[in-house]
Ligand binder design. Structure first.
Ligand SMILES: N[C@@H](CCC(=O)N[C@@H](CS)C(=O)NCC(=O)O)C(=O)O
Length: 205
């Protein structure tokens, strides 16, 4: 399987962490593709009509996207304990955490592009709204994180770990840990798992 993606994309990292956790990382070859909303890439656009990474090319020429669908697929073909619960209500609860993390990531990615824009100065309203969203989501997680360490890893926890890691990678001055000891303590545990260590963000791919 070929994964079109970049080592600086949090969505790609989510897929890679999931692949490690379900024992399929060695079956995935990463093909480096860096894209942004305004920097399109022909191979990525050919694989995914949205022009986004990650996109997974399967040996039968099928292509899968987005990151959640790819994780679903990897979970389905794995013989290891699953990242997506079989129990329907447990799956709903997991999907909510996944959606929160993906929502925060979407905000981060937009905020990062806004910060890099050179044609006009950064909008202070835009920054304050983005900062506010980060605070609300991180506070919400901090209220629950004291019990997370005892729970098995799943796709929702992987997504939250990747979102916080992206906060460190691109927004370290925002210091999401400050005043959130439960969340920081939980992140210290999840981020030392081999799957997270093996997939650290890098700016060279
Ligand atoms: N919902 C998508 C989001 C993926 C995404 O936004 N990827 C970014 C890179 S981190 C991208 O490809 N941006 C280019 C674009 O949006 O056109 C997923 O979960 O895979």
């Amino acid at each position: 399987m070929k994964l079109l993606g970049s080592t600086r994309s949090p969505y790609v990292r989510k897929v890679l962490v999931a692949a490690h956790e379900v024992g399929l990382a060695d079956q995935i070859e990463m093909v480096a593709k860096v894209v942004t909303l305004v920097d399109r890439e022909p191979d990525v656009c050919a694989a995914n009509p949205l022009g986004q990474v990650p996109a997974l090319l399967l040996p039968n020429s099928q292509t899968l996207y987005d990151s959640g669908v790819i994780c679903d697929y990897l979970d389905a073909i794995s013989t290891r304990p699953h990242l997506i619960p079989d129990d329907r209500m447990a799956k709903v609860e997991m999907s909510r955490r996944h959606a929160e993390a993906d929502g925060l990531l979407a905000g981060f990615v937009r905020w990062y592009s806004e910060r890099r824009r050179t044609d006009e100065p950064l909008s202070s309203l835009y920054v304050s709204v983005s900062r506010d969203k980060l605070a609300h989501v991180a506070d919400h997680w901090d209220r629950q994180a004291y019990s997370w360490a005892e729970r098995p890893i799943d796709l929702g926890f992987i997504a939250i770990g990747c979102a916080l890691a992206y906060g460190d990678f691109r927004f370290s001055p925002e210091d999401w840990r400050s005043g959130r000891p439960a969340l920081a303590g939980w992140y210290d545990i999840i981020s030392t798992r081999p799957s997270f260590v093996a997939t650290a963000f890098r700016v060279d791919g």
